[in-house]
Ligand binder design. Structure first.
Ligand SMILES: [Mg+2]
Length: 168
């Protein structure tokens, strides 16, 4: 059970993700969370640096998709700008949104990684499906109140995982 909360990797920022290593692991596609992973949660537009970075990721041969718990319209706008497939209102940690993204990318669970800022949605959901999970620090420290409560629970979970020797 605790292992389901353990990310395969923990990074300070998107730019710290080691794509060479992912390639060597057989990863061919990346499923990104939207809010506070590739866009600040209260923002309606993407930072050009992250846009350019995502283009570079795609240029390295990775398929890209977005799976978000946020509303359709907001997710669609960003996904269309990036020209990538998306699943909105995914109800992560439910598996279904990730499954749909895998199917659109024509990849198996062992061929994709999930990148997200939340332990209880992105990491837990990805691990439930056996995806490689990468936990990234949130872009914007200001967050939706529901997320703040989750952050409190995340700190508690990290303490527990560390005490059990499951996380560094
Ligand atoms: Mg998020």
């Amino acid at each position: 059970m605790y292992r389901l909360l353990c990310p395969n990797a923990l990074v300070e920022s998107l730019f710290d993700i080691d794509f060479e290593q992912l390639k060597n692991q057989g990863i061919k596609g990346i499923i990104f969370d939207l809010d506070n992973t590739i866009i600040p949660w209260d923002s309606s537009d993407m930072c050009p640096t992250i846009c350019a970075w995502l283009e570079q990721v795609a240029a390295q041969g990775f398929k890209i998709s977005i799976v978000s718990n946020n509303w359709h319209k907001r997710v669609r706008k960003i996904a269309q700008r990036l020209d990538v497939p998306f699943v909105a209102r995914a109800y992560k940690p439910a598996k279904n949104g990730f499954r749909r993204a895998l199917s659109v990318m024509s990849l198996g669970a062992n061929e994709a990684a999930v990148v997200g800022d939340q332990l209880f949605t992105d990491v837990l959901g990805g691990n439930r499906l056996g995806l490689c999970t990468i936990w990234v620090k949130p872009l914007n420290p200001q967050e939706f109140v529901g997320t703040k409560i989750q952050r409190y629970m995340e700190r508690w979970a990290v303490k527990l995982l560390r005490a059990k020797g499951l996380m560094r």
